[in-house]
Write a protein that binds this ligand. Structure first.
Ligand code: DGJ
Length: 696
């Protein structure tokens, strides 16, 4: 059970295994006291052992929960505000706290100006994850403008350097892990293109002496899909801290008289090892982040038409694909790009969300009825935030795209971005999607977003720089409105693959498209990086016709990779041989048996394809009675992979039955985890799905 203990201006947030401690010092400053393993709650106290000289000040030295720009504070701070009379500094003093169950709110007011700042903390039972966010309120009669408004500042206890994991990706190469030691100075992970993006993740993992099972691991993930910044630093006092939140790049937020603003949330935790970190985040997202009511419903096996027919979709070829998809066991048929307006390639049509009558003479209903009659739900691709200059929408409303009157609006993928901060644009998009859902039996949208923002003139706004925040908010709002009006509809977040796959997106969307790279070998690495702080269920993974960019992988191999997420199929099934269709059918049937364990179970990353040449990922259900392990090898070298395979996450005292390399074993959990099963792993395409079942 979690609880919050408040005593003499010391606040202890107690989670399952950790303490997060905040204090208020003699001068009314918020202080970060401690974060880590539990100690005696009565022992925590504020450290007054500080000194200053003319260049390095006490304010710079102390550890705070949230620092504001002003006075003698010189390091990167969490908040910077400008008041109407020209004062650019904030001076906060503590005014009191509120506790509501497991939520703690610490209140601060400026000593002169009408600004209050509330630091919010929420603990959950059973996990070591704390939600943090900040609320600012303008209690006066004139506007306050913010240049920086981060969600949280986090400080780590050790004075030794921490290593930081993040991802450094791109289109087709999402979630590639990076690992950097921060000895001094600062390190920033960020996005500036209007979405959380492919490059860095809006999160951090700071660790010392850690691997999957041991070591100190501090982590946090920001729930925001727009421009973010994660700024880590190690100062001259050897203190390592991180600020996370809305990027201060081209940022301004105007808080009018009487208004308040909640920053995006940060979910942070401290665990022993990376494995526990991922398992806790996985559970947390399922219980507390995913949109309800489908948070605990397994995702269906989908078919997506993109790699089969690209823009060349029509009633005939989609019906033919649907027949094959139903035959192999698909539950949801999604038609991708190309079905609307003048969309024959990526030059035209975006914005005209009306069915193309040449491709679908009888509208969408003919295809949808066919799909439904085959026992599948129907889903549709859309890219609502975009417009092609060659479209009726752009011809009618050229001013609806972001632009500056005297600058050329850059096209990327031949398209412009709609000014989502305009109410008329929001209504146009909502109404079109609403009509599609009202007039057709559509159960699923794949909501795509295929370019970064540029020339972001937004003349409609009093403060144009607020567009970055308001664009993201408009997307979330439309998704929420559609779902409220059409219960039963789920929506996938896609951004040229995994460019919008953050936990902010997952508060509204139900899942994300992970990467357009469906190569079996590359995917193992992409999925590993993805699994660090993102939930398994949200990770859509298709088996397509791509046999291998690097080297051919069998269909079974590609299934064994894709079945480690939410399985989909994306190849041109009409060209598959009967034998291949049987392989699809067999794997999809198996996936349906194990998907509850994969999508909701605990993941143990036992062997890493990059480090070990072999991948062994094991998923275990809640009562440890059933588990599934995926063992794959990317062609091992030197014939050396003769080794015992040890499992993880099992109950030591239970006995399990498993078949591996055609031999059946009955062993205790303790044996399987400590002694293991001796194997010889070789060949270029080694793949095995191992089911472990408790013998009752
Ligand atoms: C990018 C997505 O990642 C693809 O899956 C596909 O939907 C295309 N866009 C369609 O244009």
């Amino acid at each position: 059970m979690s609880k919050i203990i408040c005593r003499d201006k010391i606040f202890v947030i107690e989670t399952e295994n950790t303490h997060y401690v905040i204090g208020i010092d003699n001068e009314g400053f918020n202080r970060h006291v401690y974060w880590g393993k539990k100690c005696d709650v009565n022992d925590y106290e504020i450290d007054y052992n500080h000194g200053e000289n003319a260049h390095n000040t006490v304010l710079d030295e102390i550890t705070q929960e949230y620092t504001v720009f002003g006075s003698t504070m010189y390091r990167e701070c969490a908040l910077k505000a400008n008041f109407a009379d020209g004062c650019r500094e904030v001076d906060l003093k503590y005014t009191g706290y509120e506790q509501n169950g497991n939520t703690l709110s610490l209140n601060f007011s400026d000593t002169y100006y009408p600004l209050t700042v509330t630091l919010n903390y929420k603990a959950v039972d059973g996990l070591d994850i704390i939600t943090r966010w900040t609320t600012v309120k303008n209690t006066g009669s004139e506007s306050i403008s913010f240049e920086k408004l981060f969600s949280a500042e986090l400080t780590f206890p050790s004075k030794k350097p921490y290593r930081f994991k993040n991802t450094n990706g791109s289109w087709g190469g999402e979630f590639l892990e990076t690992d950097t030691e921060l000895k001094g100075g600062s390190l920033a992970f960020q996005s500036r293109g209007g979405v959380s993006g492919h490059n860095n993740s809006p999160s951090f993992i700071a660790y010392q002496n850690a691997d999957e099972k041991v070591g100190d691991v501090y982590f946090a993930s920001l729930a925001y899909s727009g421009n973010f910044k994660v700024s880590a630093s190690r100062d001259l006092y050897n203190t390592t801290r991180v600020l996370l939140g809305l990027n201060d790049f081209d940022f301004e937020y105007l808080l009018k008289a009487g208004e308040s603003f909640d920053t995006p949330k940060v979910f942070c935790g401290y665990t022993c090892g990376f494995g526990e970190m991922s398992r806790q985040m996985n559970k947390f997202v399922i219980d507390c982040i995913f949109p309800k009511p489908y948070n605990k419903t397994p995702l269906p096996v989908l078919y997506n038409s993109w790699e089969a027919t690209y823009f060349d979709v029509n009633s005939e070829n989609q019906c033919a694909l649907a027949e094959k998809a139903a035959e192999i066991g698909v539950e949801l048929f999604v038609m991708d790009d190309g079905w609307f307006g003048g969309r024959n390639d990526d030059n035209a049509g975006l914005g005209d969300w009306f069915v193309n009558k040449e491709k679908f003479p009888n509208g969408l209903s003919e295809l949808i009825e066919k799909v439904n009659s085959l026992g599948m739900d129907f889903g549709l691709w859309v890219e609502p935030e975009m417009v092609n200059p060659d479209s009726d929408l752009y011809r009618a409303h050229p001013d609806w795209a972001y632009h500056y009157p005297h600058r050329t609006a850059h096209e990327l993928r031949n398209q412009l971005v709609l000014n989502m901060t305009r109410e008329d644009v929001q209504e146009y998009i909502f109404n079109l999607l609403d009509t599609l859902l009202t007039e057709n039996n559509i159960k699923y949208f794949k909501w795509d977003m295929n370019r970064a923002l540029s020339e972001t003139g937004a003349e409609n706004l009093e403060v144009p720089k607020m567009l970055w925040y308001l664009h993201t908010k408009a997307v979330y709002d439309i998704v929420d409105r559609l779902k409220a009006k059409h219960p039963g509809v789920t929506i996938e977040s896609c951004c040229s693959g995994g460019g919008r796959s953050d936990l902010g997106a997952l508060q509204h969307f139900d899942m994300f498209w992970t990467s357009d790279n469906t190569d079996g070998i590359d995917r193992m690495t992409i999925q590993k990086g993805c699994s660090l702080l993102r939930p398994t269920k949200a990770m859509r993974a298709w088996v397509t016709g791509i046999e291998g960019i690097n080297k051919p992988c069998s269909l079974d191999f590609r299934f064994a990779v894709a079945m480690q997420g939410s399985l989909g199929v994306g190849g041109n099934l009409t060209k598959y041989s009967d034998e291949d269709l049987q392989i699809c059918k067999k794997n999809i049937a198996l996936y349906k048996e194990i998907r509850d364990i994969v999508q909701f179970g605990d993941l143990y990353r036992i062997l890493d394809i990059e480090k070990d040449e072999v991948l062994l990922n094991q998923y275990v259900n809640e009562d440890k009675s059933k588990s599934v392990a995926f063992l794959l090898a990317n062609g091992t070298r030197f014939y050396k992979k003769r080794m015992p395979i040890c499992f993880d996450g099992l109950d030591e005292n239970k006995r399990y039955r498993l078949t591996i390399q055609n031999n059946t074993y009955e062993k205790s959990g303790a044996y399987l985890m400590n002694v293991g099963i001796p194997l010889h792993i070789r060949g270029v395409d080694y793949n095995e799905i191992i089911i472990l079942e408790e013998i009752k």
